[in-house]
Structures are given as structure tokens and as C-alpha cells.
Design a protein around this ligand. Structure first.
Ligand SMILES: Cc1ncc(COP(=O)(O)O)c(C=O)c1O
Length: 403
């Protein structure tokens, strides 16, 4: 949270995807996406490709519009978590490569093939099941292989990779386009754990090479890897949070020049006067101690505005900070506006973004909630319409080869 002056907004008109006006809106600035992509590119070697992580509805920003915009900006590879997320991109016309980073279950394999999604293979059994389906295809089906080097979740151990690549599924039905691992502590203060993960990953690569095999796309780096561990870049990187304008570590030792895309606003529904002793919201956790005015906002935890902000967080109204009082409800939140004059129903309240000289970021909300900005952004509910500010006219488009 800060009181620094707002930066100039030079963006164009808004495109609303909602049918009817909503008092609560997430406004997403696609020029900021272009800016952040440029920042990512500036950290990479010319030969290093980018796979944009758009899982969890592009961290709450709307995977379809984000992927379309990134396609315009030269990105041809996308990462989702589930087969369903991949299908949603295909149905919206996204043609690029879509890598399913998470689990794929046998009953999802027909859909995976039908939509040309790329699985990240994490055990031999999965490879065998994919190969069964792939036998009816004319070309080998493209997959990536996920190596477990210290994250403690999905993946083969480094020593199993060569055996997998030499197994029957990779003698025709499947083709390994990529080899990947995921870094557990790239945003942590000490590099040793990440270095050890990279060393384990490199041991798998050396074994592949020694066996006379090769895999063209090699990738380990999330945003923190991109930013803090150049040795993790290899031939492809997988940024998520950086694209959405936040550094991976909110405390960050190295703050890149990023612009948050998302602004969350709502509208004052009612302004009420409280007498000393009056209570607000469930369980009466707030009691007025003086004549107090509150504004009622039509947003609550069903919209992803966390109940843990009760009596803790702030919003901005008329460029001033207004403290949340009482419990955040499912659909409503109350804020104290005693010191902010002339507030009336219809006034804008900003929950994430800038208003006048005041600013609240998803990192501020995360600090109040005891979480990370990822969770704050992903939590913004489907009831909140996403409204897009289009790319400005002078957006820098990346070279085609750098996708
Ligand atoms: C496998 C994988 N790669 C890349 C990312 C992107 O991470 P970040 O948002 O920190 O850049 C994620 C996100 O959790 C992930 O699960």
C-alpha cells in the first residue's frame, strides 16, 4: 500500500465481456501485459523461447483474452494445469502449443488427443496409456517429460528418464519434444536448493546425451528462475506471475520493472451512520466507539475478497484509504469512511489498483491475508466481470522466433 502519485495511463478504450453493467469489475490492462512480456524477454538469450503460463484462468485475468493477446505479441506456447483448461483455449481458437503441466488421468486421454494438447509425462504407466491412443495417429504424438528434482510432486526421478526414452512408447507412438522440471525455491533467499535441483536436472540431460538421445526443448524456469537464476533458463522458460505484473517474491530482493494488469473496483451501495455501540456484520466483531460512517460495498468472499480481510484490510475511496470494519460477508464488505467527506452511493471503491495518490496492490492484500499475490489474483471469482483495456497502438511486438 502506498500513497505515491499514480503513473500516467495512456491506454485506449475498454472492451467489456459482461452482458450487463456490474458494480464490481476487474479491469485488465493488456498494454501492461505487453510491457511485462518485454521485461521477460529482456532477461533472456535470443535463442530462449517463452511458454506463457495461463493456468487458473491466467491467474484470474481470463486465459482466453490473455492467450489471444500473447499470440498477437508473438507467443506460440501456453501452459495450463488441466485438460479442461486446455480444451477451453482450443475452443476459443488458440492454435499454439498447449502444454498440460498438471495431472492427466486415463479417462482424459481421448480429449487430450482430440484437442491436440501436449501432456507432461510423469511416469511410465502414463506413457504406455498415451502410446495406446497414439498408435492410431499418423505422426508420433508430441509430449514433454517431467523430471522430479526436488519439488516433491509429479515427475520421474532423473535416473528414470533415459529408461523411459528407450521404452516402447518412445519407439514410434510418442515423441519427446521437451524435458522439464519445476523449481521449488527459486524465489527463496538462498540459491543452494535451486542449484542442487538444476544439477539433478543436468544429470538427466547428461544421461540422455550419453545414450545418444536428444530433446529439443529443455525448461525449468518459472518467474523466479527467469529473474534470479540465469542458469535455469535452458532453451525455454515458463513465466506466470511476472506476466501479470508481480515479482515472484513479494519481499523481493530484485524488483523488476513490472506493471500489474489487474485493477479491482466496486461501487458504494449505501452510506450509513453508526452511533457509538453499534455493531457491524456477523458476530458483531466491530463496534463503533464514536459517531462513525460506513460505506457498504457489494463485494464479498464469494467474489474472492477474502474473509481474512475482516477488520484488517483497506480499500480506497476518493483517493483515501478506508479500513474494512466487521466481517467480510459472502457478498458484502463494510468500510469506515468517517474521515472521508461527501461519500455517496455510486462512488467508486478501488480494492486493487490506484486511486488518486493512493495505491493498493495484490501484494498488499496478500500481506493482510497472510498469503501470496498469486492466491489473491486467482481467487477473484467468476461473478466479477473482466473488462479489458486493449493493447495501445504502439505496443512492441516480439520477434516471431522468440515465442
Ligand atoms: C510447472 C510450472 N511452471 C511455471 C509456473 C509459473 O510460475 P510463476 O507464476 O511463479 O512464474 C508454474 C506456476 O505455478 C508451474 O506450476
Amino acid at each position: 500500500m502506498s500513497l505515491s502519485p499514480p503513473s500516467a495511463q495512456n491506454l485506449t478504450h475498454c472492451v467489456s465481456l459482461s452482458a450487463s453493467p456490474s458494480p464490481t469489475v476487474a479491469t485488465i490492462d493488456l498494454s501492461a501485459l505487453a510491457h511485462n512480456l518485454t521485461q521477460v524477454r529482456s532477461l533472456l538469450a535470443d535463442t530462449c523461447q517463452i511458454l506463457a503460463v495461463v493456468k487458473a484462468d491466467a491467474y484470474g485475468h481470463g486465459a482466453v483474452v490473455i492467450s489471444r493477446t500473447l499470440t498477437q505479441l508473438g507467443i506460440t506456447r501456453f501452459g495450463v494445469s488441466t485438460v479442461q483448461e486446455g480444451i477451453a483455449l482450443r475452443e476459443a481458437g488458440i492454435r499454439g502449443s498447449v502444454l498440460v503441466l498438471g495431472a492427466v488421468f486415463p479417462n482424459q486421454i481421448p480429449d487430450l488427443f482430440a484437442h491436440g494438447l501436449t501432456p507432461a509425462v510423469y511416469d511410465l504407466d502414463m506413457a504406455l496409456k498415451l502410446a495406446q491412443h497414439a498408435r492410431s495417429q499418423q505422426e508420433p504424438y508430441v509430449v514433454h517429460i517431467k523430471v522430479e528434482t526436488g519439488m516433491g510432486r509429479l515427475g520421474l526421478s532423473p535416473d528414470e528418464v533415459v529408461r523411459l526414452l528407450q521404452s516402447p512408447p518412445f519407439k514410434g507412438p510418442l515423441r519427446a519434444e521437451g524435458l522439464m522440471t519445476h523449481l521449488a525455491d527459486a524465489d527463496g533467499p538462498y540459491p543452494a536448493y535451486t542449484q542442487a535441483q538444476i544439477a539433478r536436472f543436468r544429470s538427466a540431460l547428461s544421461q540422455i546425451e550419453a545414450a545418444g538421445l536428444s530433446v529439443p526443448l529443455v525448461h525449468t524456469a518459472n518467474s523466479a528462475g527467469i529473474l534470479l537464476h540465469p542458469s535455469s533458463h535452458f532453451t525455454l522458460v515458463r513465466p506466470g506471475i511476472m506476466l501479470y505484473g508481480y515479482p515472484p517474491d513479494a519481499g523481493g530482493n530484485q524488483i523488476p520493472n513490472l506493471k500489474p494488469l489487474l485493477m479491482l473496483t466496486t461501487t458504494v451501495a449505501q452510506v450509513r451512520a453508526l452511533a457509538p455501540g453499534d455493531h457491524v456484520s456477523y458476530n458483531c466483531s466491530y463496534t463503533a466507539t464514536r459517531p462513525t460512517r460506513i460505506a457498504v460495498l457489494p463485494i464479498g468472499y464469494a467474489d474472492g475478497y477474502s474473509r481474512s480481510l475482516s477488520n484488517r484490510g483497506y480499500v480506497m475511496i476518493k483517493g483515501r484509504l478506508a479500513r474494512i470494519v466487521g466481517r467480510v460477508c459472502m457478498d458484502m464488505t463494510m468500510v469506515e469512511v468517517t474521515e472521508i467527506p461527501d461519500i455517496k452511493p455510486g462512488d467508486e471503491a478501488v480494492l486493487i489498483g490506484q486511486q488518486g495518490a493512493a495505491q493498493i496492490s495484490a501484494s498488499d492484500l496478500a500481506a493482510w491475508q497472510g498469503t501470496i499475490p498469486y492466491e489473491v489474483l486467482c481467487a477473484i471469482g467468476t461473478r466479477v466481470p473482466r473488462v479489458y483495456r486493449e493493447l495501445g497502438p504502439h505496443v512492441e511486438h516480439g520477434p516471431g522466433s522468440r515465442s
